[in-house]
Design a protein around this ligand. Structure first.
Ligand code: KG4
Ligand code: ZN
Length: 339
């Protein structure tokens, strides 16, 4: 079965075709980073308009890459939430209309389910059950994943997401949007031991996170007398080490608590090389293994949505044929059910 996947929840327009027999046939992403850079963050209205502008051509190009006609598709999957309402509506309207016109089922997909399942697209995929660490710009969660749609929340951030902390701290240090990768690059040249930043909730006894205080601690350091701008790399490295420390400690605790050995990491922050190195070492020490999506599938993309749709379809999901467009800008992952 061939499933077209459409992602438009934030600032990336992603389109892909996944074939349950042949795997990923094609995927394309258009990033709006340049569009939003001047504003230091995503402008929702501009995001929606750009999705409208890009989506039709991107779908045509992706189908052409896959050497497919629309009539050869079996279903259309799209991100129905969570995300920016206007941006979601663009993908949802397009997908529902296309599916309705072709007489195909439409599959509304939870964005984080896409991220969660994306490591299954790699050459050596994990097997269910596993613990998933979801670290993106909007979410930081640990989950026990026992199958498609079977997600039990183990812990989550009580304030900022890890990616958000990276972005906000990068801004404090005068780095350009999106700050995460820029801060990570600056940290490479820094001494992580120079500033002793807090490890929020490290010993809270649960699997929850808190990152907003860390950003404030960074702000306090930059305002302290004698702080020189040449210490920025050290501060970036110290910040990154604090975030990585907390993420690694809680991930290992989640493996212990569930008795599982496989950890899956998904979401944009999963691209962070320091995090990967520390997680690999800590989990290997416990005789476990960490699985990541292919680097290009760490950030938002249509492949993970096409794949999640295909998994659901294979498991018997019927999809919807009403053409009705409904999005859920706020949609707890715990409310997702198996097909
Ligand atoms: O999953 P994603 O593409 O978008 C959603 O939030 O859904 O994640 C984007 C987030 C941003 O906060 C970005 O700064 C962060 O991931 N990020 C990184 C790195 N690459 C992306 N954070 C730290 N280190 C990186 N190398
Ligand atoms: Zn995402």
């Amino acid at each position: 079965m061939k499933v077209l996947g459409i992602e438009s929840s934030c600032d990336e327009t992603g389109v892909a075709v996944y074939d349950t027999d042949a795997g990923l046939l094609a995927h394309r992403v258009h990033s709006q980073i340049d569009l939003h850079a001047a504003y230091g963050g995503v402008v929702p209205e501009l995001a929606s308009r750009d999705h409208i502008r890009r989506l039709p051509l991107l779908v045509r190009e992706t189908l052409s890459d896959a050497a497919l006609r629309t009539t050869q598709l079996d279903a259309v999957a799209y991100t129905a939430g969570p995300g920016l309402a206007g941006a979601l509506l663009v993908g949802a309207s397009f997908a529902e209309a296309l599916a309705f016109a072709l007489g195909l089922p439409a599959l509304p997909i939870h964005h984080l389910e896409g991220h969660l399942l994306s490591p299954l697209l790699s050459a050596e995929p994990p097997a269910f059950p596993f613990v998933a660490l979801l670290v993106s710009g909007g979410h930081t969660q640990l989950m026990r994943v026992s199958g498609v749609g079977a997600y039990a929340l183990l812990g989550e951030t009580v304030d900022d997401a890890a990616g958000e902390a990276f972005d906000k701290t990068a801004k404090l240090l005068g780095l350009d949007y999106p700050g995460g990768p820029a801060l990570a690059a600056l940290a490479d040249a820094g001494n992580a031991k120079r500033f002793g930043l807090p490890r929020p909730m490290l010993h809270s006894g649960d699997l929850n996170f808190s990152f907003s205080g860390l950003k404030t601690a960074v702000l306090t350091v930059t305002r302290s007398p004698g702080f020189a701008s040449d210490a920025k790399a050290d501060l970036a490295a110290s910040f990154q080490a604090a975030v990585v420390d907390v993420l690694v400690t809680k991930s290992v605790a989640a493996l212990k608590q569930t008795g599982l050995r496989q950890l899956v990491v998904a979401g944009g922050v999963g691209a962070n090389r320091n995090l990967r190195r520390s997680l690999d070492a800590a989990v290997r020490r416990r005789g476990g293994r960490v699985f990541y999506p292919e680097p290009e599938l760490c950030t938002d993309n249509g492949a993970m949505i096409a794949f999640a749709g295909a998994m659901r379809l294979s498991a018997g999901a019927q999809g919807q044929r009403s053409g009705r467009v409904e999005v859920r800008p706020r949609w707890p992952l715990g409310e997702v059910t198996p097909p």
